[in-house]
Design a protein around this ligand. Sequence first.
Ligand code: 5AD
Ligand code: SF4
Length: 472
Amino acid sequence: MNTKYIYVNTIGCQMNVYDSEQMIKVLKPLGYERTLSLETADLIIVNTCSIRKKAEQKAFSFLGRLPDLKKKKAGLIIGISGCVAQQEGKKILDRFPYVDIILGTHAIGRLPQLVNQIEKERCRIVDIKMSEEMEELECANRFHSGDVSSFVTIMQGCDNFCTYCVVPYVRGRERSRAPENIIQEICGLVASGTKEVTLLGQNVNSYGKKEGLCSFPELLGRVNDIEGLLRIRFTTSHPKDLSDELVYAFKDLEKVCGHFHLPVQCGSNRILKKMNRKYTRESYLERVDKLRQVRPDIAITSDMIVGFPGETRADFEETLDLIKKVEFDGLFAFIYSERPNAPASAFPDQIDLKEKKERLQKLLDLQEGFTKKKNEALVGKSEFVLVEGLSKKQNEPGSEDRLHDFQLTGRTSGNKIVNFVGDDTGVCGNDVFTGRIVNVRIEKAFAHSLWGKALKSDFPCHGLKGDATYAA
Ligand code: 5AD
Ligand code: SF4
Protein backbone atom coordinates (compact mmCIF):
# COMPACT_ATOMS: atom_id res chain seq x y z
CA MET A 1 0.00 0.00 0.00
CA ASN A 2 1.34 3.45 -0.91
CA THR A 3 1.94 5.78 2.02
CA LYS A 4 -0.32 8.79 1.94
CA TYR A 5 -0.03 11.78 4.24
CA ILE A 6 -2.51 13.45 6.54
CA TYR A 7 -2.01 16.93 7.97
CA VAL A 8 -4.22 17.83 10.93
CA ASN A 9 -4.61 21.34 12.25
CA THR A 10 -6.10 21.12 15.73
CA ILE A 11 -7.83 24.16 17.18
CA GLY A 12 -9.33 24.19 20.67
CA CYS A 13 -9.33 22.01 23.74
CA GLN A 14 -7.63 18.76 24.75
CA MET A 15 -10.69 16.82 23.56
CA ASN A 16 -9.87 18.03 20.08
CA VAL A 17 -6.24 17.02 20.50
CA TYR A 18 -7.45 13.54 21.42
CA ASP A 19 -9.95 13.45 18.54
CA SER A 20 -7.23 14.50 16.09
CA GLU A 21 -5.06 11.64 17.30
CA GLN A 22 -8.00 9.27 16.91
CA MET A 23 -8.52 10.45 13.32
CA ILE A 24 -4.88 9.80 12.49
CA LYS A 25 -5.14 6.34 14.06
CA VAL A 26 -8.35 5.28 12.29
CA LEU A 27 -6.81 6.27 8.95
CA LYS A 28 -3.69 4.13 9.42
CA PRO A 29 -5.26 1.03 7.83
CA LEU A 30 -5.83 3.14 4.69
CA GLY A 31 -2.09 3.87 4.54
CA TYR A 32 -2.15 7.40 5.99
CA GLU A 33 0.77 8.69 8.05
CA ARG A 34 0.93 12.03 9.77
CA THR A 35 2.86 14.88 8.17
CA LEU A 36 3.68 18.29 9.59
CA SER A 37 3.99 19.81 6.11
CA LEU A 38 0.91 21.09 4.29
CA GLU A 39 2.65 20.69 0.93
CA THR A 40 3.21 16.94 1.32
CA ALA A 41 -0.33 16.25 2.56
CA ASP A 42 -2.82 14.18 0.54
CA LEU A 43 -5.49 14.86 3.14
CA ILE A 44 -5.82 18.04 5.22
CA ILE A 45 -8.21 18.18 8.14
CA VAL A 46 -8.90 21.19 10.30
CA ASN A 47 -10.35 20.02 13.59
CA THR A 48 -12.32 22.97 14.88
CA CYS A 49 -13.64 24.56 18.05
CA SER A 50 -16.66 26.82 18.34
CA ILE A 51 -16.55 27.66 22.03
CA ARG A 52 -15.83 31.30 21.20
CA LYS A 53 -16.18 33.23 17.96
CA LYS A 54 -12.42 33.74 17.71
CA ALA A 55 -11.75 29.99 17.55
CA GLU A 56 -14.38 29.62 14.82
CA GLN A 57 -12.79 32.44 12.81
CA LYS A 58 -9.40 30.77 13.13
CA ALA A 59 -10.78 27.67 11.40
CA PHE A 60 -12.26 29.65 8.53
CA SER A 61 -9.12 31.67 8.03
CA PHE A 62 -7.11 28.40 7.83
CA LEU A 63 -9.53 27.02 5.24
CA GLY A 64 -9.15 30.26 3.30
CA ARG A 65 -5.44 29.51 2.82
CA LEU A 66 -5.98 26.18 1.10
CA PRO A 67 -7.32 26.78 -2.46
CA ASP A 68 -3.82 27.23 -3.94
CA LEU A 69 -2.72 23.89 -2.53
CA LYS A 70 -5.79 22.23 -3.99
CA LYS A 71 -4.99 23.74 -7.40
CA LYS A 72 -1.42 22.41 -7.22
CA LYS A 73 -2.40 18.90 -6.14
CA ALA A 74 -5.38 17.46 -7.96
CA GLY A 75 -6.15 14.60 -5.57
CA LEU A 76 -5.86 16.62 -2.36
CA ILE A 77 -8.77 15.99 0.03
CA ILE A 78 -9.77 18.76 2.43
CA GLY A 79 -11.93 18.13 5.47
CA ILE A 80 -13.30 20.08 8.39
CA SER A 81 -14.18 18.28 11.60
CA GLY A 82 -15.15 19.11 15.17
CA CYS A 83 -17.56 21.61 16.65
CA VAL A 84 -17.70 24.15 13.80
CA ALA A 85 -18.32 21.33 11.30
CA GLN A 86 -21.16 20.04 13.50
CA GLN A 87 -22.61 23.51 13.95
CA GLU A 88 -22.42 24.76 10.36
CA GLY A 89 -22.79 21.49 8.39
CA LYS A 90 -23.53 21.90 4.71
CA LYS A 91 -23.21 25.69 4.85
CA ILE A 92 -19.43 25.17 4.86
CA LEU A 93 -19.58 23.30 1.53
CA ASP A 94 -21.41 26.25 0.00
CA ARG A 95 -18.94 28.77 1.38
CA PHE A 96 -15.76 26.80 0.59
CA PRO A 97 -16.21 24.99 -2.74
CA TYR A 98 -12.89 23.14 -2.37
CA VAL A 99 -13.84 21.44 0.91
CA ASP A 100 -14.64 17.72 0.47
CA ILE A 101 -15.65 16.44 3.93
CA ILE A 102 -17.70 17.91 6.76
CA LEU A 103 -17.14 15.55 9.67
CA GLY A 104 -19.33 16.06 12.74
CA THR A 105 -18.31 15.41 16.33
CA HIS A 106 -19.86 11.92 16.36
CA ALA A 107 -18.48 10.79 13.00
CA ILE A 108 -14.79 10.04 13.61
CA GLY A 109 -15.37 6.29 13.37
CA ARG A 110 -16.82 6.75 9.88
CA LEU A 111 -13.89 8.84 8.60
CA PRO A 112 -12.04 5.95 6.84
CA GLN A 113 -15.19 4.98 4.94
CA LEU A 114 -15.77 8.60 3.85
CA VAL A 115 -12.16 9.14 2.77
CA ASN A 116 -12.30 5.87 0.84
CA GLN A 117 -15.46 6.95 -0.92
CA ILE A 118 -14.01 10.36 -1.83
CA GLU A 119 -10.79 8.79 -3.11
CA LYS A 120 -12.87 6.62 -5.43
CA GLU A 121 -15.74 8.88 -6.43
CA ARG A 122 -14.35 12.40 -5.86
CA CYS A 123 -17.62 13.34 -4.20
CA ARG A 124 -18.32 15.82 -1.36
CA ILE A 125 -19.77 14.47 1.90
CA VAL A 126 -21.47 15.93 4.96
CA ASP A 127 -21.68 13.57 7.97
CA ILE A 128 -23.00 15.33 11.05
CA LYS A 129 -25.22 12.54 12.33
CA MET A 130 -25.30 12.40 16.13
CA SER A 131 -25.81 9.24 18.16
CA GLU A 132 -27.02 8.46 21.66
CA GLU A 133 -24.22 6.04 22.42
CA MET A 134 -20.52 6.53 22.66
CA GLU A 135 -18.73 4.80 19.83
CA GLU A 136 -15.63 2.73 20.63
CA LEU A 137 -12.92 3.11 18.01
CA GLU A 138 -11.50 -0.42 18.29
CA CYS A 139 -9.14 0.14 15.44
CA ALA A 140 -7.69 3.31 16.96
CA ASN A 141 -6.79 1.42 20.10
CA ARG A 142 -4.34 -0.71 18.18
CA PHE A 143 -2.03 2.24 17.52
CA HIS A 144 -0.21 4.16 20.22
CA SER A 145 1.99 7.19 19.96
CA GLY A 146 4.41 6.33 22.77
CA ASP A 147 4.07 9.83 24.26
CA VAL A 148 5.01 10.21 27.93
CA SER A 149 1.73 11.97 28.58
CA SER A 150 -1.49 11.00 26.79
CA PHE A 151 -5.11 12.12 26.75
CA VAL A 152 -7.94 9.62 27.13
CA THR A 153 -11.53 10.66 26.56
CA ILE A 154 -13.79 9.01 29.14
CA MET A 155 -17.03 10.76 28.18
CA GLN A 156 -18.44 13.11 25.59
CA GLY A 157 -21.11 15.76 25.43
CA CYS A 158 -22.76 17.76 28.16
CA ASP A 159 -26.19 17.93 29.80
CA ASN A 160 -25.65 21.08 31.82
CA PHE A 161 -26.74 23.77 29.39
CA CYS A 162 -24.85 26.68 30.88
CA THR A 163 -26.54 29.57 29.11
CA TYR A 164 -23.38 30.88 27.40
CA CYS A 165 -22.16 27.53 26.12
CA VAL A 166 -22.40 25.95 22.69
CA VAL A 167 -21.06 22.53 23.78
CA PRO A 168 -24.39 20.75 24.42
CA TYR A 169 -25.49 21.71 20.90
CA VAL A 170 -22.33 20.67 19.06
CA ARG A 171 -21.20 17.70 21.15
CA GLY A 172 -24.63 16.38 22.09
CA ARG A 173 -25.86 14.76 25.29
CA GLU A 174 -23.50 13.36 27.87
CA ARG A 175 -22.29 9.81 27.17
CA SER A 176 -19.72 7.84 29.15
CA ARG A 177 -17.42 5.07 27.97
CA ALA A 178 -17.47 1.73 29.75
CA PRO A 179 -14.68 1.54 32.38
CA GLU A 180 -13.29 -1.67 30.83
CA ASN A 181 -12.70 0.11 27.51
CA ILE A 182 -11.01 3.03 29.23
CA ILE A 183 -8.75 0.73 31.25
CA GLN A 184 -7.91 -1.30 28.15
CA GLU A 185 -6.94 1.84 26.24
CA ILE A 186 -4.77 3.11 29.10
CA CYS A 187 -3.04 -0.26 29.47
CA GLY A 188 -2.22 -0.13 25.75
CA LEU A 189 -0.82 3.38 26.12
CA VAL A 190 1.25 2.39 29.14
CA ALA A 191 2.66 -0.60 27.25
CA SER A 192 3.81 1.84 24.54
CA GLY A 193 5.57 4.19 26.99
CA THR A 194 2.89 6.47 28.44
CA LYS A 195 3.49 7.38 32.08
CA GLU A 196 0.75 9.93 32.63
CA VAL A 197 -2.85 10.06 31.46
CA THR A 198 -5.25 12.96 31.49
CA LEU A 199 -8.84 11.72 31.58
CA LEU A 200 -11.06 13.99 29.51
CA GLY A 201 -14.73 14.90 29.59
CA GLN A 202 -16.85 18.07 29.64
CA ASN A 203 -17.86 17.23 33.18
CA VAL A 204 -15.90 14.26 34.47
CA ASN A 205 -17.61 14.50 37.88
CA SER A 206 -20.79 13.10 36.43
CA TYR A 207 -18.99 10.24 34.68
CA GLY A 208 -21.10 7.11 34.41
CA LYS A 209 -24.12 8.45 36.33
CA LYS A 210 -26.51 8.28 33.43
CA GLU A 211 -25.50 4.80 32.32
CA GLY A 212 -25.20 3.45 35.89
CA LEU A 213 -21.50 2.71 35.42
CA CYS A 214 -19.05 3.14 38.29
CA SER A 215 -18.56 6.62 39.77
CA PHE A 216 -15.70 8.86 38.64
CA PRO A 217 -13.70 8.36 41.86
CA GLU A 218 -14.15 4.59 41.44
CA LEU A 219 -12.84 4.87 37.89
CA LEU A 220 -9.85 6.83 39.23
CA GLY A 221 -9.23 3.99 41.68
CA ARG A 222 -9.15 1.48 38.85
CA VAL A 223 -6.82 3.63 36.76
CA ASN A 224 -4.62 4.11 39.83
CA ASP A 225 -4.12 0.32 39.94
CA ILE A 226 -2.61 0.15 36.45
CA GLU A 227 0.95 -0.99 36.77
CA GLY A 228 3.56 1.18 35.08
CA LEU A 229 1.34 4.26 35.05
CA LEU A 230 2.87 6.98 37.23
CA ARG A 231 0.45 9.90 37.15
CA ILE A 232 -3.24 10.65 36.63
CA ARG A 233 -4.79 14.00 35.77
CA PHE A 234 -8.33 14.84 34.70
CA THR A 235 -10.33 17.70 33.28
CA THR A 236 -12.91 19.29 33.33
CA SER A 237 -14.86 19.28 36.58
CA HIS A 238 -18.10 21.08 37.35
CA PRO A 239 -18.12 22.57 40.88
CA LYS A 240 -21.77 21.56 41.43
CA ASP A 241 -20.84 17.86 41.11
CA LEU A 242 -17.64 17.88 43.14
CA SER A 243 -18.30 15.16 45.71
CA ASP A 244 -16.38 14.50 48.93
CA GLU A 245 -15.51 11.13 47.42
CA LEU A 246 -13.60 12.93 44.65
CA VAL A 247 -11.96 15.33 47.10
CA TYR A 248 -10.62 12.34 49.07
CA ALA A 249 -9.30 10.72 45.89
CA PHE A 250 -6.63 13.46 45.99
CA LYS A 251 -5.46 12.05 49.30
CA ASP A 252 -6.09 8.34 48.90
CA LEU A 253 -4.91 7.67 45.35
CA GLU A 254 -1.16 8.20 45.16
CA LYS A 255 -1.04 8.65 41.39
CA VAL A 256 -3.63 11.44 41.25
CA CYS A 257 -1.66 14.64 40.68
CA GLY A 258 -1.98 17.63 42.99
CA HIS A 259 -3.73 19.88 40.50
CA PHE A 260 -7.42 20.60 40.14
CA HIS A 261 -8.90 22.63 37.29
CA LEU A 262 -12.23 23.78 38.65
CA PRO A 263 -13.90 26.37 36.40
CA VAL A 264 -15.88 28.90 38.43
CA GLN A 265 -16.67 31.30 35.53
CA CYS A 266 -17.74 34.19 37.77
CA GLY A 267 -17.78 35.34 41.39
CA SER A 268 -21.25 36.87 41.49
CA ASN A 269 -24.18 34.73 42.60
CA ARG A 270 -26.56 36.80 40.48
CA ILE A 271 -24.56 36.09 37.32
CA LEU A 272 -23.88 32.45 38.25
CA LYS A 273 -27.65 32.01 38.37
CA LYS A 274 -28.08 33.60 34.96
CA MET A 275 -25.34 31.32 33.67
CA ASN A 276 -27.30 28.32 35.03
CA ARG A 277 -24.25 27.09 36.91
CA LYS A 278 -26.21 25.70 39.91
CA TYR A 279 -23.69 26.62 42.63
CA THR A 280 -22.92 29.77 44.58
CA ARG A 281 -19.68 31.57 45.29
CA GLU A 282 -20.01 30.37 48.90
CA SER A 283 -20.33 26.71 47.92
CA TYR A 284 -17.39 27.09 45.50
CA LEU A 285 -15.21 28.58 48.24
CA GLU A 286 -16.26 25.80 50.59
CA ARG A 287 -15.15 23.16 48.02
CA VAL A 288 -11.80 24.90 47.59
CA ASP A 289 -11.30 24.93 51.37
CA LYS A 290 -12.13 21.26 51.58
CA LEU A 291 -9.68 20.40 48.79
CA ARG A 292 -6.92 22.34 50.54
CA GLN A 293 -7.68 20.71 53.88
CA VAL A 294 -7.41 17.28 52.32
CA ARG A 295 -4.40 18.07 50.15
CA PRO A 296 -2.64 21.23 51.33
CA ASP A 297 -0.26 21.47 48.35
CA ILE A 298 -2.99 21.22 45.72
CA ALA A 299 -2.72 23.67 42.80
CA ILE A 300 -6.09 25.08 41.80
CA THR A 301 -6.77 26.67 38.41
CA SER A 302 -9.99 27.93 36.90
CA ASP A 303 -11.82 29.46 33.93
CA MET A 304 -13.49 32.86 34.08
CA ILE A 305 -15.83 34.67 31.73
CA VAL A 306 -15.96 38.45 31.87
CA GLY A 307 -18.73 40.58 30.44
CA PHE A 308 -21.59 38.06 30.57
CA PRO A 309 -24.85 39.88 29.63
CA GLY A 310 -26.03 42.03 32.51
CA GLU A 311 -22.73 41.80 34.45
CA THR A 312 -22.49 45.05 36.40
CA ARG A 313 -19.32 46.60 37.79
CA ALA A 314 -20.41 45.32 41.21
CA ASP A 315 -20.75 41.77 39.84
CA PHE A 316 -17.30 42.06 38.32
CA GLU A 317 -15.88 43.28 41.64
CA GLU A 318 -17.27 40.10 43.20
CA THR A 319 -15.31 38.09 40.65
CA LEU A 320 -12.13 39.97 41.55
CA ASP A 321 -12.90 39.38 45.21
CA LEU A 322 -13.29 35.64 44.65
CA ILE A 323 -9.93 35.57 42.86
CA LYS A 324 -8.36 37.28 45.89
CA LYS A 325 -9.99 34.81 48.25
CA VAL A 326 -8.94 31.69 46.34
CA GLU A 327 -5.51 32.82 45.06
CA PHE A 328 -5.61 30.52 42.03
CA ASP A 329 -2.38 29.02 40.69
CA GLY A 330 -3.51 30.02 37.22
CA LEU A 331 -6.58 31.29 35.38
CA PHE A 332 -7.92 31.07 31.86
CA ALA A 333 -10.03 34.17 31.38
CA PHE A 334 -12.27 34.87 28.41
CA ILE A 335 -14.37 37.70 27.13
CA TYR A 336 -17.97 36.53 26.86
CA SER A 337 -18.70 35.59 23.25
CA GLU A 338 -22.19 35.17 21.77
CA ARG A 339 -22.71 31.65 20.46
CA PRO A 340 -25.36 30.21 18.15
CA ASN A 341 -28.17 28.44 20.06
CA ALA A 342 -26.79 29.44 23.46
CA PRO A 343 -29.64 31.20 25.32
CA ALA A 344 -27.45 34.02 26.66
CA SER A 345 -27.05 35.32 23.10
CA ALA A 346 -30.63 36.56 23.40
CA PHE A 347 -30.24 38.02 26.90
CA PRO A 348 -30.65 41.78 27.27
CA ASP A 349 -27.85 44.10 28.44
CA GLN A 350 -25.00 42.75 26.33
CA ILE A 351 -21.81 44.46 27.51
CA ASP A 352 -19.86 46.82 25.32
CA LEU A 353 -16.63 45.26 23.92
CA LYS A 354 -14.40 48.05 25.23
CA GLU A 355 -15.77 47.52 28.74
CA LYS A 356 -15.30 43.74 28.41
CA LYS A 357 -11.68 44.22 27.36
CA GLU A 358 -11.00 46.55 30.29
CA ARG A 359 -12.49 44.06 32.73
CA LEU A 360 -10.45 41.23 31.23
CA GLN A 361 -7.23 43.22 31.58
CA LYS A 362 -8.02 44.11 35.18
CA LEU A 363 -8.67 40.48 35.99
CA LEU A 364 -5.49 39.29 34.26
CA ASP A 365 -3.40 41.91 36.07
CA LEU A 366 -4.78 40.76 39.40
CA GLN A 367 -4.19 37.09 38.64
CA GLU A 368 -0.65 37.69 37.40
CA GLY A 369 0.38 38.60 40.95
CA PHE A 370 -1.02 35.34 42.33
CA THR A 371 0.51 33.19 39.58
CA LYS A 372 3.86 34.78 40.29
CA LYS A 373 3.45 34.35 44.04
CA LYS A 374 2.62 30.64 43.63
CA ASN A 375 5.58 30.05 41.30
CA GLU A 376 7.99 31.98 43.51
CA ALA A 377 6.91 29.98 46.56
CA LEU A 378 8.51 26.93 44.92
CA VAL A 379 11.96 28.49 44.54
CA GLY A 380 14.43 26.69 46.80
CA LYS A 381 12.19 23.63 47.07
CA SER A 382 12.57 20.35 45.26
CA GLU A 383 9.77 19.05 43.10
CA PHE A 384 9.18 15.72 41.40
CA VAL A 385 9.03 16.35 37.68
CA LEU A 386 7.79 13.90 35.08
CA VAL A 387 10.16 14.51 32.18
CA GLU A 388 8.52 14.88 28.78
CA GLY A 389 11.70 15.40 26.74
CA LEU A 390 13.92 18.16 25.42
CA SER A 391 12.63 21.64 26.10
CA LYS A 392 11.34 23.61 23.12
CA LYS A 393 13.48 26.45 24.44
CA GLN A 394 16.44 24.48 23.07
CA ASN A 395 15.58 26.06 19.76
CA GLU A 396 14.94 29.54 21.04
CA PRO A 397 18.23 31.21 21.89
CA GLY A 398 17.57 34.31 23.96
CA SER A 399 14.19 33.22 25.29
CA GLU A 400 13.72 34.34 28.90
CA ASP A 401 13.94 30.93 30.53
CA ARG A 402 16.55 29.37 28.28
CA LEU A 403 19.31 29.38 30.83
CA HIS A 404 21.32 26.43 29.65
CA ASP A 405 22.29 24.77 26.39
CA PHE A 406 20.90 21.45 27.48
CA GLN A 407 17.40 21.83 28.83
CA LEU A 408 14.80 19.19 29.53
CA THR A 409 11.19 19.88 30.27
CA GLY A 410 8.49 18.32 32.37
CA ARG A 411 5.74 19.10 34.85
CA THR A 412 5.39 19.04 38.59
CA SER A 413 2.52 17.18 40.19
CA GLY A 414 0.82 20.62 40.47
CA ASN A 415 1.11 20.94 36.65
CA LYS A 416 3.79 23.63 36.63
CA ILE A 417 6.18 23.47 33.70
CA VAL A 418 9.79 23.00 34.78
CA ASN A 419 12.74 23.42 32.44
CA PHE A 420 15.89 22.03 33.94
CA VAL A 421 19.40 20.88 33.27
CA GLY A 422 19.97 17.20 33.54
CA ASP A 423 23.59 17.51 34.44
CA ASP A 424 26.17 20.21 33.88
CA THR A 425 28.22 18.05 31.56
CA GLY A 426 25.24 17.16 29.40
CA VAL A 427 26.11 13.47 29.79
CA CYS A 428 22.80 12.53 31.31
CA GLY A 429 20.56 13.21 28.38
CA ASN A 430 17.13 13.10 26.99
CA ASP A 431 17.07 9.31 26.68
CA VAL A 432 18.01 8.84 30.33
CA PHE A 433 15.41 11.21 31.71
CA THR A 434 12.41 11.14 29.40
CA GLY A 435 9.47 9.30 30.95
CA ARG A 436 11.02 9.34 34.42
CA ILE A 437 10.12 11.26 37.51
CA VAL A 438 13.13 13.28 38.57
CA ASN A 439 13.68 15.32 41.71
CA VAL A 440 14.46 18.87 40.61
CA ARG A 441 15.60 21.76 42.80
CA ILE A 442 13.71 24.86 41.67
CA GLU A 443 16.04 27.81 41.25
CA LYS A 444 14.05 30.42 39.34
CA ALA A 445 10.40 31.28 38.75
CA PHE A 446 9.13 32.88 35.53
CA ALA A 447 5.63 33.96 34.56
CA HIS A 448 4.72 30.63 32.96
CA SER A 449 7.43 28.21 33.99
CA LEU A 450 10.03 27.28 36.55
CA TRP A 451 13.69 26.58 36.09
CA GLY A 452 15.82 24.19 38.09
CA LYS A 453 18.50 21.54 38.32
CA ALA A 454 18.05 17.82 38.74
CA LEU A 455 19.33 16.67 42.11
CA LYS A 456 22.34 14.53 41.31
CA SER A 457 21.72 12.05 44.08
CA ASP A 458 18.40 11.20 42.47
CA PHE A 459 19.09 10.68 38.82
CA PRO A 460 18.38 8.59 36.97
CA CYS A 461 15.42 8.24 39.22
CA HIS A 462 13.16 5.23 38.76
CA GLY A 463 9.53 4.58 39.35
CA LEU A 464 8.67 7.29 41.85
CA LYS A 465 5.00 7.75 42.47
CA GLY A 466 3.21 10.64 40.76
CA ASP A 467 2.61 12.53 43.94
CA ALA A 468 5.82 11.78 45.73
CA THR A 469 6.11 15.53 46.34
CA TYR A 470 2.94 15.38 48.33
CA ALA A 471 3.99 12.37 50.31
CA ALA A 472 7.38 13.86 51.12
N1 5AD B 1 -17.82 32.98 25.81
C1 5AD B 1 -16.65 33.04 26.48
N2 5AD B 1 -16.10 31.99 27.09
C2 5AD B 1 -16.75 30.82 27.03
N3 5AD B 1 -16.47 29.61 27.54
C3 5AD B 1 -17.45 28.75 27.19
N4 5AD B 1 -18.38 29.39 26.46
C4 5AD B 1 -17.97 30.67 26.35
C5 5AD B 1 -18.50 31.83 25.72
N5 5AD B 1 -19.66 31.77 25.07
C6 5AD B 1 -15.29 29.35 28.38
C7 5AD B 1 -15.68 28.84 29.77
C8 5AD B 1 -15.30 27.39 29.71
C9 5AD B 1 -14.11 27.43 28.79
C10 5AD B 1 -13.73 26.14 28.19
O1 5AD B 1 -14.50 28.34 27.79
O2 5AD B 1 -14.90 29.52 30.71
O3 5AD B 1 -14.98 26.85 30.97
FE1 SF4 C 1 -20.48 24.17 28.51
FE2 SF4 C 1 -21.42 24.25 31.03
FE3 SF4 C 1 -21.26 21.91 29.73
FE4 SF4 C 1 -19.00 23.14 30.50
S1 SF4 C 1 -20.63 22.33 31.86
S2 SF4 C 1 -19.40 22.21 28.49
S3 SF4 C 1 -19.53 25.27 30.26
S4 SF4 C 1 -22.58 23.63 29.16
